[in-house]
Write a protein that binds this ligand. Structure first.
Ligand SMILES: [Zn+2]
Length: 218
């Protein structure tokens, strides 16, 4: 799956809540944004901005550098989103959800549930026994619930999450392959530079510079 700005926004809003939206929008696609600029652009108090940034930092979703303001003598923090870390967190969250759904599915399959006809409660067998099969809210007799619909819903959510994970694995494989191929190309190029420069007995420093340039290029 591609991590579009919209997706990143969605993930970060899940953490900060909707009030974090303006801040998130100011961070996406930029790097080293001063916290004062963030406060000005979002028209929010610097304390609120800092609080949200610290929350994101706790999740390791933003990084910062700081510079001393020579005139005022204090430090100014510059913030940058960490896309790889956002990605990792996202899948961790989804993995937790998948575990939870699987546990729920298992429970639905092996437990008996009872519901109130007025939809006040849904109780498992032990709880229903404790209330002598009467609704603790309205006193009506409670009936055994048919879990079929719930099970179907859980199964479909689990299937779509699992599909997402499979896609991710494929993506990772593809990336690794591309990385390996790039390494091969770079190695070959370096070899060639070394060979020809040896013949021409070019200075070591110049050769190093050339190699660095090759490695850097993507
Ligand atoms: Zn009831």
């Amino acid at each position: 799956m591609r991590f579009t700005p919209k997706k990143i926004e969605e993930i970060l809003i899940a953490i900060l809540g909707p009030e974090g939206t303006p801040l998130i929008r100011e961070l996406i696609g930029k790097s080293n944004v001063s916290e004062f600029d963030l406060a000005t652009r979002t028209k929010k108090d610097i304390k609120i901005i800092r609080k949200m940034l610290y929350i994101l930092h706790n999740y390791n979703l933003v990084g910062f550098t700081r510079k001393k303001d020579k005139q005022k003598g204090w430090y100014i923090y510059y913030w940058t989103l960490l896309p790889e870390s956002i990605r990792f967190n996202y899948y961790k969250m989804k993995q937790n959800l998948l575990d939870k759904l699987n546990a729920q599915l298992e429970e639905e399959r092996k437990e008996l549930f009872f519901v109130c006809p007025n939809t006040c409660v849904r109780l498992n067998f032990d709880q229903a026994m404790d209330f002598e099969f009467r609704c603790p809210e309205c006193g009506e007799l409670i009936n055994q619930d048919n879990p079929e619909e719930r099970i179907k819903q859980l199964q479909s959510r689990i299937a779509s999450l699992e599909a997402e994970f499979t896609e991710l694995k494929e993506e990772k494989k593809e990336k690794r392959k591309q990385g390996k191929e790039r390494k091969k190309v770079v190695k070959a190029k370096i070899k060639k530079v070394r060979k020809t420069d040896k013949k021409k007995s070019v200075k070591k420093e110049t050769v190093l510079k050339k190699i660095k340039k090759i490695v850097k290029k993507k």
